[in-house]
Design a binder for this molecule. Sequence first.
Ligand SMILES: [Zn+2]
Length: 115
Amino acid sequence: MSWQLRVKDKFQAAHFLKEYQGKCEKVHGHTFQVEAVVEVSELDRAGIGIDFTRLKAKLAEVLPDHTLLNDVYPFNPSAENLAREFFGQLKKHFPVIEVTVWESEDACATYSEDH
Ligand SMILES: [Zn+2]
């Protein structure tokens, strides 16, 4: 028996991609949408797995809003790498099973690990 809880948030940031040829090699911005999924197998007496408020607060804390992502991280800030980074940070606090980063309305990358 398990439940998957899902929270979403957005952040705005600029980036450019090294080792890449195309539109994304020059500095530009996105409104990134991030979706985190956590899995729980028990509920508390109120019928709640993990309070959405706590999940959302932590998610908001790890998102690098209004930054130049290339200055914030040592890696190339692709949606794939960002998803792995946010997963790692959230994993310290919650049983996260996957993180999806939407770079635009119709393109996203999902990161997960075997569990
Ligand atoms: Zn881009």
